[in-house]
Design a protein around this ligand. Structure first.
Ligand code: TPP
Ligand code: SF4
Length: 284
């Protein structure tokens, strides 16, 4: 495969990387996860890294079903524990390009502790978080990304807790690459994932995506949420990340998207390899 293929892969090339025998998939009509699955496959084809060197790791949830449909090595592990599994894999098999794909509940809430420590260490993994503002698979409980006022299975009268500003959280711990798009920004998602593969360190992409469970409980359909993404999103690569939190979801919400952080980095795994080499040569 040629290095960094810039032309769009054909449908046949994409299909060759899907487990078509497992279709139809489990995702609801109007769910955004499938869009990101296709973007990941397109990015993989453009990466110039052969498919057998790419590995997907997921936790549990609708988003986490993705490895089941993509024809590369994949691991579907315990809820909230995709990151430690991916870190272990990358540490012992550094030649692999390891990508975690999971929901906001899995990554930022149940697995939040793993997220912050992988960033602190600067583990060389890619993390793609589908943020649908809820625990979709289990029927719509609230989590760390649920906007205030939301009606959910566990907050039927309106959510009264605070909400993570995920890009700020991730960037403030020191992640060398942080981006956010909505599912309507397909081309940008592909380009972002291609770039993430090239970074030696922790890369993070948040994709804001509709969930029919969440929207139904809030008395709007998924299309109107998509319309909000279209009309109310603004690309601002240099945004002050203190202002990008999605604390409420209404006609006033601004979805600030873009590539917020991209800086030179040396990962834990690179430092670890250098350390081992130094000690093996008799260094202190
Ligand atoms: C340790 C543990 N706690 C809870 C569950 C139940 N559970 C399965 S999927 C899920 C929700 C996943 O939500 P999210 O990660 O946001 O992904 P989505 O389904 O929204 O894509 C939960 C709570 C579980 N499987 N394991
Ligand atoms: S429950 Fe929500 S996240 Fe899960 S497949 Fe349906 S729309 Fe997608």
């Amino acid at each position: 495969m040629s290095e960094a293929k810039l032309i769009r892969p054909s449908i046949d090339e994409i299909k060759a990387l899907l487990r078509v025998e497992r279709l139809p998939h489990i995702w609801c009509p109007s769910c955004g996860i499938g869009i990101v699955a296709k973007a990941y496959v397109e990015a993989l084809l453009r990466s110039g890294i052969p498919p057998e060197k790419h590995v997907l790791v997921s936790g549990i949830g609708c988003s986490s079903r993705m490895p089941g449909y993509i024809k590369i090595d994949g691991y579907h592990v315990i809820h909230g524990r995709a990151i430690p599994f991916a870190v272990g894999l990358k540490t012992v098999r550094p030649e692999l390009e390891v990508t975690v794909f999971a929901g906001d509940g899995d990554l930022s809430t149940i697995g939040g502790n793993h997220l912050i420590h992988a960033i602190r260490r600067n583990d060389d993994i890619n993390v793609i978080m589908i943020n649908n503002f809820t625990y979709g698979m289990t029927g719509g409980q609230y989590g760390g990304t649920t906007p205030e006022g939301s009606r959910t299975l566990t907050s039927p009268y309106g959510h009264i807790e605070g909400t993570f500003n995920v890009p700020l959280l991730v960037a403030s711990i020191g992640a060398p690459y942080v981006a956010r798009w909505t599912v309507l920004h397909y081309r940008q998602i592909v380009d972002t994932i291609v770039e993430m593969f090239k970074v030696d360190g922790f890369t993070f992409l948040e994709v804001i995506s509709p969930c029919i469970i969440y929207t139904d409980m809030n008395r709007r359909d998924a299309i109107s949420l998509m319309r909000m993404f279209k009309n109310q999103s603004e690309i601002d690569h240099t945004a002050d990340l203190r202002n990008v939190g999605i604390e409420r979801l209404d006609e006033e919400t601004r979805f600030i998207v873009g590539k917020f952080v991209h800086r030179p980095s040396e990962s834990y795994q690179t430092k670890y390899r250098k350390l081992v080499e130094r000690v093996m040569k008799g260094g202190e």
